[in-house]
Design a protein around this ligand. Structure first.
Ligand code: CP
Length: 316
C-alpha cells in the first residue's frame, strides 16, 4: 500500500489544529486501510516493532477497543493501561506516568482524560507521539474524523451537506470536533438543544443555532444525535428525562418530518429511549454501527501517519 500523503505532525490533539488538507489526507489513508479489516488475516506489517500505549483515565468501549485493534492490525505492540490497576491510584501524576511508560520505549501514546487540555500537556512532556482520545468537554478528534469518513462514504462529498447536531452540545467533545472538522470541509452545521445545552458563543464556530428540532429537520441530510453527558454536568439543566425525550428525542413520528433519505448518526454510547428511540437506533438509515467499523480504519490511518510523519520509521 503506497500513499503520497503529506502529514508532518508529532501529535493529533484536535481538529481545531488540522487543516482541511490534513483531514482529507487522514480520510484517504483510512479508505486504503479499510479493506485490511475485511481480510481473512486482518494484519499488515506496517508498524511492526513499534509500541502503542492506550492510557485511558476515563471509561471507553469503542475508542479504546478500536485503537487497540487498529494498532494490532498494523502489527504494533499494544499495552492497555488501566488506571484503576495502576500507580495513578497511589497519586502518580499523568506526566510522571507517561514519562515512566516512555522510558520503556513507547512510540505512540493514546490518551483519554477527564480534564480538557491534558493531552496537550502530555504532548509537551514526552517525545512519543500523543493522540487525544477525548479530553473533558474539549475535543475527540478521532471521533470527528470517523464521523466525516462515514458521511463521505454515503454522500460522496462534504460541500453543501447539511448536518444537524442535536443534544448536549455544551458538554460534548464530539460536537466540538465534529463542528471544527465539518465547517472546514464546507458542511453546513446546525446545532439544536435546550438553551442550557448550547454554549453562548457557539455561533462563532460558524454554526446555525436552533431550539426547534422539528423546524430544523426538514432540510437536514444527516442527523447527529448526542447523549446527555451527565458525568460532566452539575444538574438542573433540563426538567426531566421524559420532557427532554419529548422535545429533543429522535423517534419515528419526528423522523417522518425529515427527508426520506436522511442519515442518522450517534457517536455512542446510546441511551435508548432518551435521545433516540430503539427502533430508530436500529433502523436502516442508522449508521451507528458503521461509524464504529469505520473508527478502526480511521485510527489505523492516524497511527500510520504519526509513525511515518513524525519519525519516518514505518515502511508502508
Ligand atoms: N464514541 C466514544 O467515544 O465511545 P467510547 O466512550 O465508548 O469510547
Amino acid at each position: 500500500m503506497e500513499t503520497n500523503a503529506h502529514f508532518a505532525r508529532k501529535d493529533i490533539l484536535g481538529l481545531e489544529d488540522l487543516s482541511a488538507e490534513e483531514i482529507l489526507t487522514v480520510l484517504d489513508v483510512a479508505r486504503s486501510f479499510r479493506e485490511v479489516s475485511e481480510r481473512e488475516v486482518k494484519k499488515v506489517p506496517t508498524l511492526r516493532g513499534q509500541t502503542v500505549i492506550n492510557l485511558f483515565y476515563e471509561p471507553s468501549t469503542r475508542t479504546r477497543t478500536s485503537f487497540e485493534l487498529a494498532a494490532k492490525r498494523l502489527s504494533a505492540d499494544v499495552v492497555n493501561f488501566t488506571v484503576s490497576e495502576s500507580s495513578a491510584v497511589k497519586g502518580e501524576t499523568l506526566i510522571d506516568t507517561a514519562r515512566n511508560i516512555e522510558s520503556m520505549h513507547s512510540d505512540i501514546i493514546v490518551v483519554r482524560h477527564p480534564v480538557s487540555g491534558a493531552p496537550q500537556l502530555l504532548a509537551r512532556a514526552v517525545k512519543s507521539s500523543v493522540i487525544n482520545a477525548g479530553d473533558g468537554a474539549h475535543e475527540h478528534p478521532s471521533q470527528g474524523l470517523l464521523d466525516l469518513f462515514t458521511i463521505k462514504e454515503h454522500k460522496g462529498k462534504f460541500e453543501g451537506i447539511k448536518v444537524l447536531i442535536v443534544g448536549d452540545i455544551s458538554h460534548s467533545r464530539v460536537a466540538r470536533s465534529d463542528i471544527y472538522g465539518m465547517t472546514k470541509l464546507g458542511i453546513e452545521v446546525t446545532v439544536c438543544g435546550p438553551p442550557t445545552f448550547i454554549p453562548v458563543e457557539i455561533g462563532k464556530m460558524g454554526v446555525r443555532v436552533t431550539c426547534d428540532f422539528d423546524e430544523a429537520l426538514a432540510e437536514t441530510d444527516v442527523i447527529m444525535m448526542l447523549r446527555i453527558q451527565k458525568e460532566r454536568q452539575h444538574g438542573g439543566l433540563y426538567p426531566s428525562v421524559k420532557e427532554y425525550a419529548r422535545f429533543f428525542g429522535l423517534n419515528r413520528d419526528r423522523l417522518s418530518r425529515a427527508k426520506s433519505d436522511v442519515l442518522i448518526m450517534h457517536p455512542g454510547p446510546v441511551n435508548r429511549g432518551v435521545e433516540i428511540s430503539p427502533e430508530i437506533a436500529d433502523c436502516t438509515q442508522s449508521l451507528i454501527l458503521e461509524q464504529v467499523s469505520n473508527g478502526v480504519a480511521v485510527r489505523m490511518a492516524l497511527l500510520y501517519l504519526l509513525s511515518r510523519g513524525a519519525y519516518g520509521k514505518a515502511a508502508h
